[in-house]
Design a protein around this ligand. Structure first.
Ligand code: CMP
Ligand code: CMP
Length: 397
């Protein structure tokens, strides 16, 4: 590359322009608007309200009934998260004569159309029956795919292509644009994060092994790669390109993460976990509701689920040697229960009953074990807390 080319490349990278251009072209190809110039203009005004502030049309100057999307309320994953929210309401700006009219909920330009699979010819990459079965086996055991139905699973299997890397090969480079998403068939991949502008060496944050996936963030959020992923020894990977990822996976996986990310980040038990660990937990949760008075865990029974309270209250009681049942704890939103039976070989140590309507997020034993595997810190936090439970006669369990 010449100096000038390098400078231009640096400029594009520094302003995240490649990702922006790719998203605009994708959005156009998906939507096929009659007026592509108008579409691009509106796209930029909607997605970058801050940067386009000086180009936004002032309220007073808008013609009557001009439809403008408002209120992007995405919680930011990072400063470079330029994604749109599927939860955004669109309003029709009131004209002088007309009262405000609520328009149908607007989905993001991506989420709305890119999930309309009928518009796409999904790629089918030729592979042996054995390879297809192996990919399916990985998907079925990976939390990231736990909310896909069988059709979506099959589409992922069909669209994946083989990538083989050798020791030290850079599979993903921090700061680059997102091209592919990967699952590991055999071998290991080390994930390193370097703090921008710091002299410090990149820090190893995770080692992914067979069955794990990586490379979803940059594609889901149109942001630069958050980490570098490097082959540790020979690695065999299956990759999904960004368009296939968006068509098949985006809506389900992103909706799941968006729904629970805020809640999980505010729960005390997860306060020491990093954003990435929180997102991985969000992939795993299933919502369960209980009416008043339902016994969710019964003391001395074998337990197979962990619960996090989303809304409502639960009462924990214990029966002592005298046969008396007494209340030992009251739990509310953000608290959890059911961890002892999953982390130890013990049976349920208390009975947990809903008080009023109770909404929980749960994980079964297999899912819980997978989450614990990806976040050893969470296991340490939960185990440490078990020591603090008071039994009704004042002792520790
Ligand atoms: N702690 C972490 N922070 C950010 N990314 C991580 C982390 N651990 C693993 N990763 C993966 O590393 C990938 C790098 O590319 P992406 O940003 O697309 O997606 C990222 C995640 O899939
Ligand atoms: N004093 C207590 N002793 C033990 N478990 C308790 C106590 N108070 C609340 N619990 C919760 O009640 C749950 C019952 O199921 P587990 O034993 O799996 O995990 C237990 C804890 O999460």
């Amino acid at each position: 590359m010449t100096d000038t080319q390098a400078e231009l490349h640096e400029y594009l990278k520094a302003n995240n322009l490649n990702a922006i251009f790719v998203s605009i072209v994708e959005a156009i190809l998906i939507d096929k608007p009659e007026n592509p110039i108008g579409f691009m203009t509106k796209y930029l005004l909607d997605k970058f309200p801050e940067e386009t502030k000086e180009y936004q049309i002032p309220e007073a100057a808008k013609p009557p009934n001009l439809v403008l999307a408002k209120g992007d309320n995405d919680e930011e994953l990072s400063v470079t998260d330029d994604s749109d929210s599927g939860d955004t309401d669109a309003t029709v700006t009131p004209s002088v004569e007309q009262p405000p009219i609520r328009k149908k909920r607007r989905e993001s330009i991506f989420a709305e159309k890119i999930n309309d699979e009928a518009d796409f010819e999904l790629k089918v990459i030729d592979k042996s029956q054995q390879n297809s079965e192996r990919i399916l086996q990985i998907l079925e055991n990976n939390l990231f795919f736990s909310h896909l139905d069988q059709d979506q699973m099959n589409q992922v299997v069909n669209a994946m292509f083989l990538v083989e890397k050798k020791e030290g090969d850079i599979i993903i480079n921090q700061g680059d644009d997102g091209d592919n998403f990967y699952i590991i068939d055999t071998g290991s991949v080390e994930v390193f994060i370097k703090t921008v502008g710091s002299e410090e060496e990149a820090k190893l944050v995770k080692t992914c092994k067979a069955g794990d996936s990586f490379g979803e963030l940059a594609i889901m959020y149109n942001s630069p790669r958050a980490a570098s992923c490097i082959a540790k020894g020979d690695v065999r990977l299956w990759a999904l390109d960004r368009v296939a990822f968006k068509v098949i996976l985006m809506k389900t996986t992103r909706a799941q993460r968006e729904t629970y990310r805020g809640f999980l980040s505010s729960a005390q038990v997860f306060s020491e976990l990093n954003e990435y660990e929180i997102l991985s937990i969000a992939d795993a949760l299933v919502e369960e509701s209980f009416e008043d008075g339902v016994v969710i865990c019964k003391q001395d029974e074998i337990g197979d689920k962990f619960y996090l309270i989303k809304d409502g209250k639960a009462i924990c009681t214990q029966v002592g040697a005298d046969g008396e049942e007494r209340k030992v704890l009251e739990l509310s939103s953000g608290a959890y229960f059911g961890e002892i039976a999953l982390l130890t070989t013990k049976r349920r140590q208390a009975t947990v009953t809903s008080q009023g309507n109770l909404k929980c997020l749960s994980m079964d034993r297999t899912t819980f074990n997978r989450v614990i595997e990806t976040s050893h810190r969470l296991a340490d936090i939960l185990l440490k807390h078990i020591e603090n439970y008071q039994t009704f006669h004042g002792g520790m369990i």
